[in-house]
Design a protein around this ligand. Structure first.
Ligand code: BTN
Length: 257
């Protein structure tokens, strides 16, 4: 069970998570917050599900997570907050918030993999999927979906990247309320900072992405490109250097070669 009181004591935010909804089973926390506009009207709403029946991953993959052991949740930002923010930057903020929360609480070293995976010892511990509702050229709703593997020990099925969990890395059970509150506290702090100093978020993200400077392959469906991971640009896109030409990459999976 998720102890709401314990979570609430640790939550230090003004907006994020102040409207908190806990549910047992749902199709996908992202789909629910994105499509059910009448029910979820407040920026900062967080929906946590013990089990997603069709959890979504990036690039139409599924996100598999054992019931009650991990964290699968989404944060809603409506246009009152989202309009002033760059969605790509929110991707960086979300992955940084998860990475920093893990480091603060468990003294583990984390690494970020473009665009937004969180790794420990070269394995994926968390993934992020941001989805938007756009009307004309205006953002109506942004949903930041976060899956973090905490106490799951066995991962069956197919994964595009080797998975791990905090329990596999530390050997101890992780208190879900504590890490959720820490992620949301840091997320809000970074989001406020993003408005003032986007450059510092980009710099923090770069410092945790160890692949910058490495030879990589970017794969998008059937297409793949090899080159050097030169940098991320100010919008968070990957810059790939090939034959002295720098190409901006919007989508794809990065692997080392
Ligand atoms: C990825 O790495 O492919 C992204 C995974 C995102 C998973 C989370 S779990 C909560 C939220 N709801 C979903 O359906 N997906 C995201």
């Amino acid at each position: 069970m998720f102890n709401l009181e314990n979570f609430d004591i640790k939550l230090e935010t003004d907006i994020i998570g102040r409207n908190f909804i806990y549910c047992d089973e749902i199709i996908s926390t992202n789909s629910e917050l994105l499509s059910n506009k009448q029910l979820y009207k407040k920026s900062g709403t967080v929906l946590l599900a013990e089990k997603q029946l069709k959890g979504k991953g990036r690039k139409d993959r599924t996100w598999q997570s054992a019931k009650g052991l991990n964290l699968t949740f989404s944060i809603l930002l409506k246009k009152d907050i989202a309009a002033a923010l760059n969605v790509n930057h929110l991707n960086l903020v979300a992955s940084l918030a998860v990475a920093l929360a893990i480091e603060n609480l468990y003294q583990l070293r984390t690494e970020l993999k473009w665009p937004n995976d969180v790794l420990i010892n070269g394995k994926k511990v968390a993934g992020i999927l941001i989805e938007t509702n756009i009307k004309g050229s205006n953002i109506e709703r942004v949903v930041i979906g976060i899956g973090i593997n905490l106490n799951q020990l066995v991962f069956q099925g197919e994964y595009n990247f080797p998975p791990t969990s905090l329990k596999l890395e530390t050997g101890v059970n992780v208190e879900r309320e504590t890490i959720l509150a820490e992620v949301l506290n840091i997320f809000e702090e970074l989001m406020i900072n993003l408005k003032k100093e986007p450059g510092s978020i980009l710099a923090d993200w770069r410092s945790k992405c160890k692949m910058i400077g490495d030879k990589i392959t970017i794969t998008d469906g059937e297409q793949s490109k090899k080159g050097i991971f030169y940098d991320i640009d100010d919008d968070g896109y990957l810059l790939l250097k090939r034959n002295d030409v720098i190409e901006k990459i919007h989508f794809g999976d990065v692997s080392l070669h």
